[in-house]
Design a protein around this ligand. Structure first.
Ligand code: GDD
Ligand code: MG
Length: 353
């Protein structure tokens, strides 16, 4: 089976970070996000992957190439104008001769692909949608099913008074080639707002498979931070990066550690390659620091993400925030919960956010 990954969105809700990287390549615990999806696919024997690009395609080619180094075969299909989720699949139709797995490129999901395919075959479905349960379904596509799993209704981004269930579209589908044939060619087309509702009206066999694994759409800044905290805190059950460790610490290669550092034994600090940490710095709960960062003397970091090449001044305090790549945080500056700083920004000493 081949997989198609939709990676053409512009990542508006993840600005400013998507100015530096397209969303699917944003580092998540210091790895390009798509690598997590590749791991899931490889675990289930899927190595032939078609990437549907529209935004910053050259960056994908440069970072991922033909996939050989990762044990994959990667091919690219580019849209000159973004064609929407349905149009992107239509644009890749020449690669789809059999049942195909389709993934949104911004979801961290420990989907059991093998069980999902078994479910699809058992139901003789035209299209199966993986479902997950969330607290706030208004941000997603609501999917109502019969007890048999057959989809009764699909409602994209419902308002609160339309909520009848908390099961949503998890952004993973199995399509038969006949479904792709229904999408009009060369025009903008939405799976969620056009294809799914139209297929339901026509009586097609759409089934919803409830996936019980970890699930998170990383498409907004709070979710991007949360997915880091979940990986570091063990909620995803995904492995942490390898490397030298002591309680509360995973350090990459050539990391320099100063004297009298504090690491939280209940949490985890991941330090990328060549990070330099000055004396007396403190790491609480879960913290991820990208490659080539410098952490100043006595700086205190808690539940935060610092992207590659940033310099954190002496005595600075970072809590519940995301610091973009190459930022300069002045000494004793404070970034508090819910804040984020665009790549390359400078924060004056003693300023508070
Ligand atoms: N190639 C291509 N072209 N890809 C696109 C385009 C396009 O024009 N538009 C969006 N995508 C990709 C995005 O890059 C992303 O990986 C995926 O399609 C979904 O787009 P989002 O913009 O992230 O949609 P969403 O998060 O608001 O909603 C979708 O995902 C939810 C689950 O996370 C919907 O599918 C919802 O129904 C679903 O619940
Ligand atoms: Mg999304």
């Amino acid at each position: 089976m081949i997989a198609l990954i939709l990676i053409g969105g512009t990542g508006t809700r993840l600005r400013p970070f998507t100015c530096d990287f397209p969303k699917p390549l944003l580092p998540v615990v210091n790895r390009p996000f798509l690598e997590y999806q590749f791991d899931v696919l490889k675990r289930h024997g899927v190595r032939d992957i078609v990437l549907c690009t529209a935004y910053k395609p050259a960056v994908f080619h440069r970072m991922l190439g033909d996939g050989r180094g990762r044990g994959l075969r990667l091919r690219y299909v580019h849209e000159r104008r973004p064609l929407g989720t349905g149009g992107a699949i239509k644009n890749a139709q020449r690669h789809i001769q059999q049942t195909v797995l389709i993934l949104n490129g911004d979801v961290l999901h420990t989907l059991d692909v093998t069980a999902f395919l078994r479910f699809h075959r058992r139901n003789r479905a035209d299209l199966s949608i993986a479902l997950t349960r969330v607290k706030d379904p208004t941000l997603y596509g609501l999917v109502e099913t019969e007890p048999s799993g057959r989809v009764r209704r699909f409602l994209e981004k419902p308002s609160w008074d339309e909520i009848v269930t908390n099961t949503i579209n998890a952004g993973a589908y199995l399509f038969e080639p006949s479904v792709v044939a229904r999408i009009p060619p060369g025009v903008h087309h939405s799976l969620e707002r056009a294809l799914f509702p139209h297929m339901l009206e026509d009586g097609a066999r759409l089934f919803g498979y409830v996936s019980r694994g970890y699930w998170m759409d990383i498409g907004a800044v709070d979710k991007y931070l949360q997915v880091h905290l979940d990986i570091l805190g063990g909620a995803t059950r995904l492995p942490l990066p390898p490397g030298p460790r002591r309680p509360g610490l995973r350090a990459g290669s050539s990391v320099h550690l100063g004297r009298e550092l504090t690491f939280d034994h209940e949490g985890c600090a991941v330090l990328g390659d060549r990070v330099r940490v000055a004396d007396f710095a403190r790491f609480s709960r879960n913290v991820c620091v990208g490659a080539d960062c410098e952490i100043g003397k006595g700086a205190a970091l808690e539940d935060c993400v610092v992207l590659a090449g940033a310099r954190i001044g002496d005595g600075a305090v970072l809590k519940g925030c995301v610091i973009g790549p190459r930022c300069l945080i002045g000494h004793h500056a404070v970034m508090s919960a819910g804040t984020a700083l665009a790549g390359g920004s400078t924060l004056r000493p003693f300023s508070q956010f």
